[in-house]
Design a binder for this molecule. Structure first.
Ligand code: ZN
Ligand code: ZN
Length: 425
């Protein structure tokens, strides 16, 4: 084999693509109920956009971005996440002049140079939403409800939603200092990454996955004890709205999310499947980002769903969809083949997905091909049938067959495809 995919990326093939399409279509349907419209931003942006939004001292910016110089010497980066681009587009296109709130969703590939492992890819896909210009905590609860509705509609059960508030520029610095003090005394038990970054980005230590760090922060001061009055009120209302919407949640004060731009509400939705907790989606509020990028002061909130994880979970939990043509045309003889060519054309134009038997062969071998394709009905045309101007339509699920005039095939197909199956003797 001469050419293969580069490390850490994958082809997405049928029938899996059917499941991807199903997820995307369902998401679009649910998001529309809440007024979210699609936005499509470029996959490449100036590197600075991501460095400024995600933060210099984050894993993504420090070691995971696909960054290169274009031919004019500008630093370009393949987007590692979706929010920064949407915020950039929001400001550049003056979308804040649209009636508030402005609500968008996006879907597409993201790129991070991470160590490839099972279920983690360097080109991965997200579906995300962003809502601008509302700081009301009802919005926080509503988008979580929307996320739950989507996952529920897709058939994913056992959802758990972890929520937290990480405060605002008024209250977080106080907490930050307290946390740095706390960590300073335990510096030796932290991992190398955390030892290096705990002063610049102490909150990241809280969600470090390394055992030693986990143990070290067990009794760390909790952010929720340091919230200013406004943040506290926002958080309490948010929780009460979640209760009103009957969305089960747990508060996890060490869930701070990896990106610098978050303020107040952060959340993560996990599902328990096959005995393991799997994060499916995560998000949060970023009230300062639009202003920081040079736009008008605009509160905002969003989440992103990891598609690869979601697809894997859905494949584990139910029968994957299959592509089944409505019709397979079996032909015996040159004349029948010629006739079938025209019939296939007419059937497709009439809305029936139709496959032709290009290779010919015996009736038996052609019917076997129809079965392998999971065709619903086989139309059989031989010399005898042709002479009579008819074809045999055979429903493959139960073997029921009828003889119909060639020009009445579409009408008979309707009947065969939609009538209840007869019981097989
Ligand atoms: Zn605050
Ligand atoms: Zn650590």
């Amino acid at each position: 084999m001469k050419y293969r995919t580069i490390k850490g990326v994958q082809d997405i093939l049928p029938p899996d693509t059917l499941l991807w399409q199903h997820v995307e279509a369902t998401a679009q349907e649910i998001f529309a109920l809440y007024g979210f419209q699609e936005i499509r931003t470029p996959i490449i942006e100036f590197t600075e956009l991501f460095v400024r939004s995600i933060g210099e001292n984050t894993d993504i910016v420090e070691k995971e971005m696909y960054t290169f110089e274009d031919r004019a010497g500008r630093s370009i980066t393949l987007r590692p996440e979706g929010t920064a681009s949407v915020v950039r587009a929001y400001i550049q296109n003056h979308l804040y002049n649209l009636p508030a709130p402005q609500k968008f969703f996006y879907k597409g590939p993201m790129f991070r140079y991470e160590r490839p492992q099972k279920g983690r890819y360097r080109q991965f896909h997200q579906i995300g939403v962003e809502a601008f210009a509302v700081d009301d905590p009802r919005m926080d609860a509503e988008i979580i409800e929307m996320l739950h509705l989507l996952l529920d509609r897709l058939g994913l059960g056992n959802l758990n939603t972890e929520v937290n508030s990480i405060g605002c520029p008024n209250c977080r610095p106080v907490y930050r200092d307290k946390l740095i003090q706390y960590l300073k005394d335990r510096i030796d038990s932290l991992c190398a990454d955390c030892q290096r970054r705990y002063e610049v980005n102490p909150l990241r230590v809280l969600d470090c996955k390394v055992q030693g760090c986990k143990a070290a922060v067990k009794d760390a001061p909790r952010i929720t004890d340091f919230l200013c009055n406004d943040c506290k009120e926002h958080f309490e209302k948010f929780l009460s709205y979640l209760k009103a919407l009957e969305i089960p949640f747990t508060i996890n004060t060490s869930m701070v999310r990896g990106l610098d731009y978050y303020t107040r509400t952060t959340f993560e939705v996990t599902t328990e499947s096959l005995g393991a907790q799997n994060a499916v989606a995560a998000g949060g509020r970023y009230d300062g980002l639009v202003k920081e990028f040079g736009g008008p002061s605009t509160p905002a909130i969003g989440f992103a769903i990891g598609m690869e994880r979601l697809i894997t979970l859905l494949k584990d939990s139910k029968e994957p969809p299959a592509f089944c043509p409505d019709v397979y045309i079996v032909t015996l003889g040159d004349n029948a083949e010629e006739k079938a060519f025209g019939i296939a054309s007419a059937l497709r134009k009439g809305g029936f997905s139709t496959e032709l038997s290009y290779k010919g062969g015996s009736l038996k071998s052609q019917l076997r091909r129809a079965d392998r394709l999971k065709a619903k009905v086989a139309i059989i045309i031989g010399e005898d049938e042709l002479a009579k101007g008819v074809a045999v339509c055979k429903r493959l699920s139960d073997g029921m067959q009828i003889e119909v005039a060639l020009d009445e095939i579409p009408k008979s197909l309707e009947g065969l495809l939609h009538s209840p199956p007869i019981s097989v003797r």
